[in-house]
Design a protein around this ligand. Structure first.
Ligand SMILES: [Zn+2]
Length: 386
């Protein structure tokens, strides 16, 4: 199917050309096209929106065969923490805390990726997976790590990735983690998933979707984690399992359900409705969270090889005075990092950041990146595309 684009945004055109070329497009790009198509009418591209929707019908036939209709991507908070770590002086007093939080988040993400790896063992045609969902029900935001939709039931999976021993105290409803001789208490993940279940049921109700049975599971991402509970309470390990055991447990739950409740049409409708109502993944102002004034962020392009700041622009290239390497696109990481931290950048601010004087060069460098813009003339600002 050929698609003629009449919109004026080159960014949209670029992505859509990719769809035309090849239906097996990367998942991340598909998700973005879908989002653009859904929001296009609001962006005053009615013609574009309609044509894209038509085209998406073709694409979704292909994608339907795939299981991860909303695949997992690097969480926004990890990108923000990495940016903060790179744009602060290495000796900054908050660096140890930032690195510690970054490692914790990365460990959590790795646990979720572990689960995805095992979920792929399930028969492809029977399941849909949606990862990292941010939804609103009953005027309250809620988040689901992984949602599995099968013809028999819907399963919410909460991922936990901890080293050491986890003791699930069924009397106090706490999860106690012991690692290197120290014990720390966390909220009970089963209670957490029950809350998510109630919120998802509300969401179904608000969206006029007949609720399917919803089960909840907790996935432990690290296979070396030891799981314990009070005597006689081992039934909870039907709900809390190592990631590797999750696919088998899903199949058991299906067998216990007996009846197919969701038709292929309903499976599709639920997943499309969820995709259409996703909220922005993470709106945390990271500078505010760590109480760091923006004046403490370093100015200057960072060397991608040795992390030196600033490196210098020479003859259309970036030259590092420390490691003597030349990198043509070194500024892009610096600009993206800055946008993760401050959300917007004007030409003037960008010149200060890159330490260059030319308005035209800065405009050209910014335009060559896939950024969205707001305003015109001197008031124009650049933002990360969502
Ligand atoms: Zn260098």
């Amino acid at each position: 199917m050929q698609l003629k684009i009449e919109g004026s945004k080159p960014k949209f055109r670029l992505h859509l050309e990719k769809v035309d070329q090849d239906l097996s497009i990367p998942r991340k790009i598909f998700a973005r096209i879908r989002k653009i198509a859904l929001s296009a009418p609001k962006l005053h591209f009615p013609t574009l929106g309609r044509k894209v929707s038509l085209h998406l019908e073709q694409v979704s036939l292909e994608r339907r065969r795939k299981m991860f209709i909303k695949p997992r991507t690097t969480p926004e908070i990890i990108l923000k923490l990495q940016a903060l770590h790179r744009r602060l002086d290495p000796t900054h007093k908050k660096q140890p805390l930032i690195l510690q939080d970054l490692l914790k988040r990365k460990r959590g993400y790795k646990g979720e990726q572990n689960l995805d790896k095992y979920l792929e063992y399930l028969p492809q045609k029977d399941y849909l997976f949606l990862c990292d969902l941010n939804l609103i029900a009953d005027h309250r935001a809620f988040q689901i790590d992984t949602l599995v939709i099968s013809p028999y039931l819907i399963i919410i999976i909460e991922s936990k990735n901890f080293f050491g021993t986890l003791f699930f105290d069924q009397h106090t409803k706490q999860m106690l983690r012991t690692y290197k001789g120290e014990t720390e208490a966390f909220p009970d993940p089963i209670t957490q998933t029950h809350r998510q279940r109630i919120q998802l049921l509300h969401w179904f109700q608000e969206n006029k979707i007949r609720p399917a049975p919803i089960e909840t599971l907790v996935s432990i991402g690290d296979p070396s984690t030891i799981l314990q509970t009070n005597p006689g309470q081992h039934e909870i390990f039907k709900k809390i399992l190592q990631a590797e055991q999750i696919p088998e447990r899903i199949q058991q739950l299906e067998q216990e359900s007996k009846d197919k409740i969701l038709t292929p049409y309903m499976l599709q409708r639920i997943s499309e409705c969820i995709l259409a109502q996703l909220q922005p993944p993470d709106t945390t102002d990271i500078l505010e969270k760590y109480n760091i004034p923006s004046t403490e962020l370093l100015q200057g392009v960072r060397c991608p090889s040795c992390a030196h700041i600033p490196i210098h622009r020479t003859h259309g290239n970036w030259y590092c005075p420390r490691c003597h390497q030349q990198k043509q696109k070194a500024h892009q990481q610096t600009i993206r990092d800055h946008l993760h931290l401050t959300a917007s950048l004007s030409n003037k601010q960008c010149r200060k950041l890159l330490q260059i004087n030319s308005i035209n060069t800065t405009t050209r460098l910014l335009n060559a990146m896939e950024l969205s813009t707001k305003g015109i003339g001197k008031a124009k600002t650049y933002h990360l595309s969502t």
